[in-house]
Design a protein around this ligand. Structure first.
Ligand code: 5GP
Ligand code: ZN
Length: 114
């Protein structure tokens, strides 16, 4: 997708620090952190939102959660715990229309939502 910022980050067109990378996903730090640790898992294929996962591309969702397990271990927050969030569509508050999973942690998180 030509004008998608997360495509540009995931394919290296916009240089970014990758905390983790494999053939399917990259993990970056969120530019506007909402917790001590706030990472984003981005798919390397442009998938606009969670609604678009199907039999053909569900490997990206599986790989995203593999990345969650690996990167949280690497950062040492796996035992304490963390939250994984996917915002989908207008009501979900999705602002970047390229599917991504937030990892929030490094502190005790509020239980108000999710
Ligand atoms: P959404 O609201 O779509 O679930 O989340 C989008 C997230 O992407 C927000 O938390 C926002 O701070 C983050 N973000 C938007 N643009 C950029 C960027 O260019 N670089 C990084 N690292 N994060 C971004
Ligand atoms: Zn994209």
């Amino acid at each position: 997708m030509a004008d998608c910022i997360f495509c540009k980050i995931a394919n290296g067109e916009i240089p970014s620090e990758f905390l983790y990378e494999d053939d399917y996903v990259v993990v970056i730090k969120d530019i506007n952190p909402m917790a001590k640790v706030h990472l984003l898992v981005l798919t390397k294929e442009h998938i606009c939102c969670a609604n678009m996962f199907d039999e053909r591309n569900s490997i990206y969702a599986a790989k995203a959660f593999e990345a969650v397990a690996k990167v949280t271990k690497k950062l040492g927050i796996d035992e304490a715990g963390y939250r994984v969030i996917n915002n989908c569509g207008e009501d979900g508050g999705q602002t970047v229309k390229h599917v991504h999973f937030h990892i929030l942690g490094g502190q005790k998180l509020s239980v108000d939502m999710a």
